[in-house]
Design a protein around this ligand. Structure first.
Ligand code: GLU
Length: 485
C-alpha cells in the first residue's frame, strides 16, 4: 500500500502571508488535493520574540481568500491537535529528555559572551564559526557548579562527526551535507522551549507528514532535521524544496524590496482577484505540462506534480502579474469587478460611502466600462479620472486634434444636438453622432476624434457613446462650450 499523502504548511506567526509563504501553501495544497491526501496548516510559534499578535488569524484569512482550504489546523482541529507548537511543549519535552537520556543531546552552559569569544577566535584563524562542543562531556560536578553560579543551560543536539547527511529531495535529487559543517545545535532554549529545527521534526513525525514541501531557504535546515529523524530512528519524510523567488533584477527578494508587492493581503487590498494571484503564484517555480498558462484551481490540482517543480530560481515578473490579473478581470462578472473596484473610488473621495440608487448605478456602469482595461481594482481611480474632473487640461496631442479646421463646426453641431436630447443614453449619443455627420458632412476620425478629445481630453479611451453618457449632458455641453469660446 502506498503511504497516504499528508503535507503541511507551517508558518511562523510573524506577520502577513508573504508571496513565498503563499507559494509553499499553494504547492502543498495542490499536491494534497492531486493525491487525495490531507493538507495541514500548523502554526510554528516557538520563536516567541518574533511572534506577532493576530498574525495567525491574518495568515489563515489570506489563505482562505486565495481559496486554499485545509483539513486540519488550529481553527478546525484534527486527529493530531493541537496544531500550534506552543501548545505542544509537553510533547517536545518528552522527546528532548529521551535524547538526553540516550546521550544524543546534552546541556550546554556557555554564556553568550563565551560563545562569541569562541566564534571570534575561530574567525581569527580563518575558520567558519561553529560551536566547539565544549560542554559535550560535562561531569555531574561541573554541571552542579554551573547551576550554582545561576547559569541556565540550553540543550544541544550532539551532531555525529565525520558523517554525511543525505537530504533526498524531489526537486534537487540527493543533496549531501557534511556533518563537519554543522555544529551541535540548540534544540531547547534556556526556558525549555524547543527551537524550530527540533519542534518541526517532532511535529512532522507525529502528524505523519509524508512530504515536506517548502522554499529553498529551508534547505540548509534539512540536514539538521534529517539528523534528528535518524537519532530517533524515524523514517524521514520526502523533501521538496522549491526554488527561490527573485525580483526583476534577478536578486533574491528581500522583505524590504519595494519593487514587488510582497504580501497577499496587499494584493487583496489593491483589488486583485484571488484566482489570478493563485494562478500567478503557481507558476513561480512550477510549470504545467501544456502550453496553457491560464489555469483555474481545479486545473492546477489536476496538473500539479512535484516532478514539475523546477530547481532554477523563479523570477517575479510584475508585468506578467498585471497581464494575468487583466485576463481574469475581463472574464469576471461585472458584480465582481464592482466589488474590487468600487471601494477604491470611495476611498479616493470620488464617490460617497452612502450612495443612492442612481449614483450606485452610475458607478457600476462606470466600472463596467473600464473592466476590460483594468488589471486590478485600485486602477479604476486613475482610469476614470476624467469622469470626475471639473476642468480638463488638454495636452499637446489633444490640442493638435482640436486645432483641426473642421473642429468648431463638428463641436457646435454636436453640442446643439446633445442639448436637445430628452434622454441621454448610449443609443441616443450614437444617433446624435450620425446626425452631426449628416449636418456637417464630416465622418470617421474627423468626426469622432474632436468629440472624444473635447469631452474626455484623451485621444483614446473606452467606448465613446457610453463614456459620454456617463459624463452626463451638462458636463459634456460645458466642456464643449469652454472650447468653443
Ligand atoms: N516555520 C517555518 C517558516 O515559517 C516553516 C518551515 C518548514 O516548512 O519547515 O518558515
Amino acid at each position: 500500500m502506498t503511504q497516504e499523502v499528508r503535507v503541511r504548511f507551517a508558518p511562523s506567526p510573524t506577520g502577513h502571508l508573504h508571496i513565498g509563504g503563499a507559494r509553499s501553501a499553494l504547492f502543498n495544497y495542490l499536491f494534497a488535493r492531486n493525491r487525495n491526501g490531507k493538507f495541514i496548516v500548523r502554526i510554528e510559534d516557538t520563536d516567541q520574540a518574533r511572534n506577532v499578535e493576530t498574525a495567525t488569524e491574518k495568515l489563515l484569512d489570506s489563505l482562505k481568500w486565495l481559496g486554499i482550504e485545509w483539513d486540519e489546523s488550529v481553527d478546525i482541529g484534527g486527529p493530531h491537535a493541537p496544531y500550534q507548537s506552543m501548545e505542544r511543549l509537553d510533547i517536545y519535552k518528552k522527546y528532548i529528555d529521551e535524547l538526553i537520556e540516550n546521550g544524543k543531546a546534552y546541556y550546554c552552559y556557555m554564556s553568550e559572551e563565551e560563545l562569541e569569544a569562541e566564534r571570534e577566535e575561530q574567525r581569527s584563524r580563518g575558520l567558519t564559526p561553529k560551536y566547539s562542543g565544549r560542554d559535550r562531556n560535562l561531569t555531574k560536578e561541573q554541571r552542579d557548579a554551573y547551576e550554582k553560579e545561576g547559569r541556565k543551560p540550553v540543550v544541544r543536539f550532539l551532531v555525529p562527526e565525520y558523517q554525511s547527511v543525505v537530504v533526498d529531495d524531489i526537486v534537487r535529487g540527493k543533496v549531501t551535507f557534511d556533518t563537519d559543517g554543522i555544529g551541535d545545535f540548540v534544540i531547547a532554549r534556556k526556558d525549555g522551549i524547543p527551537t524550530y529545527n527540533f519542534a518541526v521534526v517532532i511535529d512532522d513525525y507525529l502528524m505523519q507528514i509524508s512530504h515536506v514541501i517548502r522554499g529553498e531557504e529551508h534547505l540548509s535546515n534539512a540536514p539538521r532535521q534529517v539528523l534528528l529523524f535518524e537519532a530517533f530512528g524515524w523514517e524521514t519524510p520526502t523533501f521538496a524544496h522549491a526554488s527561490l523567488i527573485l525580483n526583476e533584477d534577478h536578486k533574491k527578494m528581500s522583505k524590504r524590496d519595494e519593487s514587488i508587492i510582497q504580501f497577499v493581503e496587499q494584493y487583496r487590498d489593491l483589488g486583485y482577484l484571488p484566482e489570478a494571484i493563485v494562478n500567478f503564484i503557481s507558476l513561480l517555480g512550477w510549470s504545467p505540462g501544456g502550453e496553457e498558462e491560464i489555469l483555474s484551481m481545479d486545473q492546477l490540482i489536476e496538473q500539479f506534480s512535484l516532478e514539475r517543480v523546477i530547481k532554477a530560481p523563479a523570477v517575479f515578473d510584475t508585468k506578467k502579474l498585471a497581464w494575468m490579473n487583466n485576463q481574469y478581470m475581463k472574464e469576471a462578472s461585472v458584480d465582481k469587478a464592482v466589488d474590487v473596484a468600487l471601494p477604491h473610488l470611495i476611498k479616493a473621495g470620488r464617490l460617497p460611502v452612502d450612495m443612492d440608487g442612481m449614483e450606485r448605478q452610475w458607478a457600476q456602469a462606470l466600472i463596467a466600462l473600464h473592466q476590460e482595461k483594468m488589471s486590478y481594482g485600485a486602477e479604476i481611480v486613475e482610469l476614470t479620472e476624467l469622469f470626475f474632473m471639473d476642468e480638463i487640461d488638454y495636452n499637446e496631442e489633444a490640442k493638435e486634434v482640436l486645432a483641426e479646421e473642421q473642429v468648431p463646426e463638428v463641436l457646435t453641431s454636436f453640442k446643439e444636438i446633445v442639448e436637445g436630447l430628452a434622454t441621454f443614453s448610449s443609443e441616443e449619443i450614437k444617433k446624435a453622432m450620425k446626425d452631426v455627420q449628416k449636418a456637417t458632412g464630416h465622418k470617421g476620425k474627423k468626426l469622432f476624434m474632436p468629440i472624444r478629445v473635447a469631452v474626455t481630453g484623451q485621444t483614446h479611451g473606452p467606448d465613446l457613446p457610453q463614456a459620454i453618457t456617463l459624463i452626463g449632458k451638462e458636463t459634456v455641453a460645458s466642456r464643449i462650450d469652454k472650447l468653443l469660446k
